[in-house]
Design a protein around this ligand. Structure first.
Ligand code: NAP
Length: 295
């Protein structure tokens, strides 16, 4: 198969590159808005460019890792956020529908959060986004479904990796340089190592597990924590003991957007449908921090 990966300079896309180099059976085309030696230029908001790329390389399957992911900035950049998170996934869906292909699309736990949940969110639960980012990602899902394309939409949460900017890297830096740090304990979810997410996508592709499995799925690491707990473990695994890390409420940090208080994902469906086991969040965090130490 010929597989197009979009947004491949980001966290999810780079982890897909790592895996395809290790054991890929198929031909992968890595693309992004910034061209490089091993990255083709493809702006997914350009519908004609998407169709042309799919035709030129006889693409059978798209993994969409591209998105507008700046949750705060999205509040004042709604048009671009909608274009990239909703219109562009529709462009990819239409292109795959035309050739009878499959779209694997990544969405977010931030499609939830408006209701006061206290049990893990299921795939069939109504989306209640609290901000523009979550709303546009929900629109993206809806626009994909409306095309009737074969799809696997995977909602994930709190992504981190060795690549790009993310919470783990930020906290490694802050806990190493500040004597004291306050981190919110009233937002609860589950961190996800982007490598673990890519591994599941890879397994679905390479082992043709997608057949007859069109639908929405949830994936994060196992377990539950707050951003405060997450930070405590980041400091512990990096051997950082000098920073005094204290829990605080979200209202102590002025933010342009209200983030979900609880957006834990129920992963029963993805585990049962694809026969996978999911690593516990602290085990994956330890792996990522060890990899970062060796860079
Ligand atoms: N990050 C999280 O915590 C998180 C949580 C839940 C779900 N997700 C979802 O997981 C997926 C992957 O997230 P990520 O953290 O890997 O994202 P990321 O690191 O921000 O990567 C996204 C990539 O898409 C590129 N891109 C931007 N505009 C584009 C365009 N018009 N055409 C093609 N590519 C474009 C970006 O390039 P530039 O950087 O140059 O703009 C970047 O390389 C996204 O769907 C996201 O919504 C993320």
């Amino acid at each position: 198969m010929n597989i197009l990966v979009t947004g491949s300079n980001g966290q999810g896309g780079n982890e897909m590159r790592v895996l395809s180099k290790e054991h890929g059976k198929h031909q992968y085309f890595f693309t992004d808005v910034v061209e490089a030696d091993d990255t083709y230029l493809l702006d997914i908001t350009d519908k004609a460019a998407v169709s042309a790329f799919v035709e030129a390389h006889s693409i059978d399957l798209i993994v969409n890792c591209a998105a507008y992911t700046n949750v705060d900035k999205a509040e004042t950049d709604q048009a671009l956020c909608e274009l990239l998170n909703a219109q562009a996934p529709e462009n990819l869906a239409v292109a795959m529908k035309e050739v009878g292909g499959l779209l694997i699309h990544i969405s977010t736990d931030y499609v939830f959060g408006g209701d006061p949940y206290n049990t893990p969110c299921r795939e069939d639960q109504k989306g209640t986004p609290t901000g523009v980012y979550g709303l546009t990602k929900l629109h993206g899902e809806q626009r994909i479904l409306a095309t009737g394309v074969n799809h696997i939409i995977i909602r994930t949460a709190w992504l981190y990796s060795e690549f790009g900017k993310n919470f783990v890297k930020t906290m490694l830096n802050l806990t190493a340089t500040r004597p004291q740090l306050k981190v919110v304990f009233d937002q609860v979810g589950t961190p996800t190592y982007a490598y673990d997410l890519a591994e599941v996508i890879y397994d679905i592709i390479e082992n043709r597990k997608y057949e007859g499995k069109t639908g929405i799925y949830h994936f994060s690491n196992e377990g539950v924590c707050s951003w405060y707990d997450f930070t405590k473990m980041i400091a512990a695994y990096s051997g950082q003991t000098s920073c005094d890390i204290q829990p605080c409420h979200s209202n102590e940090f002025p933010s342009p957007v209200k983030r979900p208080a609880y957006s834990v994902l129920d992963k029963t469906k993805i585990k049962e449908s694809f026969g996978i086991t999911i690593p516990y969040w602290t085990d994956s965090l330890k792996k990522c921090i060890n990899n970062l130490k060796s860079i």
